[in-house]
Design a protein. Structure first.
Length: 323
């Protein structure tokens, strides 16, 4: 391998820039050249590719979003589109690919690597933390801290007006942001997709956690078809438990922005450097993760299985501490 292509794809996440910087610098340090591919797989298909030197990644470790831009690319879902992508890679002399993105982006990398003889390495870049085999993903910690900030502020109003607030957070079909956001902000409950079929989480919350004697309550709801979102629960409370003063706040895209936390910058730097080590060792079709503070290689098939477990003890902690 002589030349690495790097791209960011799917939803952006704080710390993606730190990862781009790490991959670029580690590659150059190891005598490889680097090409930045713009707008995710789209840039591979259209040939929007530029040589990266060390200074191209200066002064970006602290910046949210991604300097490479990101996009969703329909063409890459088709064999013809991927053929064009491969042809462009060859034309540019790129012989290995580092993909920073979420579940969808790594699924694309897996298929691409199966079809063509190209080593692909994935880095977990998503605020949702829903990739299996890594303790956390790049962007998750920053998003969690953004949620805390927001909930702390909402708490002021909730307390002053004695209201019940449903705060909707991101996470796609994973409840990590909602559950850990709830614990960290001292919220009364979290409604998460992992338990959507097991119990009626609203009923449980009303029964266990919510007493009228409390002068406010905040419930974090993971945005997901499985939970139905915060609006759904607010409607239910109005219908089933009238008498509560209910409000909804949807945090939305503000959760995806901002300067990455120290945790996310270190994670991104470590994973980015490890991606180059992996390529030098001849690894392919793996996501780089951190497990128990060690760098690990997780086969794509495992990483994207979408069944990263929620720790039961965290669910209990939230329940116990919200009495
Ligand atoms: P994320 O990486 O944040 O989960 P998406 O699910 O939107 O984001 O995926 C990002 C891009 O990855 C898609 O627009 C597409 O180009 C590519 N991709 C996703 N799934 C596949 C797939 N099964 N085959 C090929 N490409 C895919």
């Amino acid at each position: 391998v002589k030349c690495i292509g790097i791209l960011t794809s799917g939803g952006d996440a704080p710390g993606m820039n730190a990862a781009i910087r790490a991959v670029t610098r580690a590659a150059i340090y190891n005598g490889l050249s680097v090409k930045g591919i713009y707008r995710g797989y789209k840039g591979l298909v259209t040939g929007e590719i530029k040589e990266f030197k060390s200074q191209n990644v200066s002064n970006i470790i602290q910046v949210g979003g991604t300097i490479l831009k990101t996009a969703r690319c329909k063409e890459f879902m088709t064999p013809e589109g991927r053929q064009t992508a491969y042809d462009n890679m060859k034309k540019e002399g790129i012989d290995a690919l580092v993909v920073i993105g979420g579940d969808g982006s790594l699924s694309g990398a897996r298929i691409f690597a199966q079809e063509f003889d190209i080593p692909c390495i994935g880095l977990p870049g998503t605020i949702d933390n829903d990739l299996y085999g890594t303790d956390t993903t790049i962007g998750y910690d920053t998003a969690l801290n953004t949620i805390l900030d927001a909930v702390d502020k909402i708490r002021d109003t909730a307390t002053s007006h004695e209201r019940l607030f449903f705060v909707e957070v991101m996470g796609r079909d994973a409840g990590f942001l909602a559950l850990n956001g709830a614990i960290a902000s001292g919220a009364e409950a979290a409604i998460i997709p992992e338990f959507s079929t097991e119990v009626d989480q609203l009923e449980e919350f009303i029964k266990n956690g919510f007493r009228k004697s409390k002068n406010s309550s905040i419930v974090l709801v993971a945005e997901s078809e499985l939970t139905g979102g915060a609006m759904h629960y607010a409607e239910r409370v109005k219908n089933e438990y009238p008498g509560y003063d209910v409000r909804v706040t949807i945090l939305g895209h503000l959760q995806r922005g901002g300067s990455p936390t120290a945790h996310d910058r270190i994670l991104a730097s470590r994973l980015g450097a490890a991606a180059i080590d992996a390529i030098m060792e001849g690894q392919r079709n793996v996501m780089i993760g951190i497990d128990h503070d060690e760098v690990v290689y997780v086969p794509f098939t495992k990483a994207i299985k979408n069944d990263k477990p929620i720790k039961k003890d965290l669910v209990n902690v939230l329940r116990e501490l919200s009495i």
